[in-house]
Every structure is written in C-alpha cells, then in structure tokens.
Design a protein around this ligand. Structure first.
Ligand code: ZN
Length: 160
C-alpha cells in the first residue's frame, strides 16, 4: 500500500463589501475574504494539501494569480483539478482534515454543509472529510478580524 500525506495552508484578508466564500459555501457575514479568486481559504488549503500529497506543486503552479483568466475564479475549479490529478496518478483520497482559524462568524453551524459540498466535488464519502474551526484567541491579524486562515491535510493511497 502506497500511502502519502499532504499539507496545505492559506490566508486571506477580510474586508467589508466582499462575499464570504468558505468551504464552497457562501456565508452571511459583515465581511468577506479578499483575493484574486473567490478567496475561499478552506478550499485553497484543502486543494494545496491534495497537490502536496501527490507532489504536484500548488494552486499557484497550475493557476498563476497573475493570469487574469483566474480572476474571481470559483475555487471549485482548483479542487476539481487536484482531485482529477489524484485519480490520474492512480491514487484515491483517503481523508481530508481542515481547520479554519477566525474570530467570527461561528463556523460550526456551516461545517456540515461544507462537508457535504466537498464530498460532492471530491466524490468521496462525507465521513472521510472533517471541517473544524478555532479562534486565534484575539491575537494578531486573525484576532483583530483582519484576516482568516485555514490549514488542511489530505491523505491519498493506492495499491502498488
Ligand atoms: Zn487562497
């Protein structure tokens, strides 16, 4: 059994008058995440974790932020691509674990919806996906609600 782990990390600035996309879900909030794409930190961290597990670079490798083609891109495009690469290389995703770090809004009420969405995009069972959240204890840029971060790991496996 060939078993591999990847790790992903992402940060985006939070500002008023932006949509707040998180884990593929649009969350009602006074602020949203700022970025070249839809700025979905959870999707980006998970996508980079998957690329990492199969040693295929990161989102920036495949979707350069200086290319206007990817402006306001839906993060589903990135996750779809990473997922297809996994299959092409003969692996399957075993599990995903993502931690979102922000002071507000509360993530937990939206977590199950995110898991459901991710499960549909990745074509894996919901029980293989974990989305959880923590605050930054009011410290630093996350504590001041200037930004949001996410970390994720992905494990993939294949029979060799
Ligand atoms: Zn990002």
């Amino acid at each position: 059994m060939n078993f591999r782990i990847g790790f992903g990390f992402d940060v985006h600035q939070l500002a008023e008058n932006y949509d707040f996309w998180l884990g593929g879900i649009k969350i009602p909030h006074t602020k949203g995440a700022v970025g070249h794409s839809d700025a979905d930190v959870a999707m980006h961290a998970i996508t980079d974790a998957i690329y990492g597990a199969i040693a295929e670079g990161d989102i920036g490798t495949w979707f350069p932020p200086d290319n206007p083609k990817w402006k306001n891109a839906k993060s589903k495009i990135f996750l779809d691509h990473a997922s297809k690469l996994v299959t092409e290389k003969g692996y399957m995703i075993s599990n995903i674990d993502c931690t979102i770090i922000c002071e507000e809004p509360k993530i937990q009420p939206h977590a199950q919806k995110m898991i459901q969405y991710l499960s549909e995009v990745l074509l894996i069972n919901e029980e293989r996906i974990s989305v959880k959240a923590t605050t930054n204890e009011k410290l630093g840029y996350i504590g001041r609600k200037e930004g949001i971060a996410a970390q994720a790991i992905a494990t993939v496996l294949k029979n060799d």
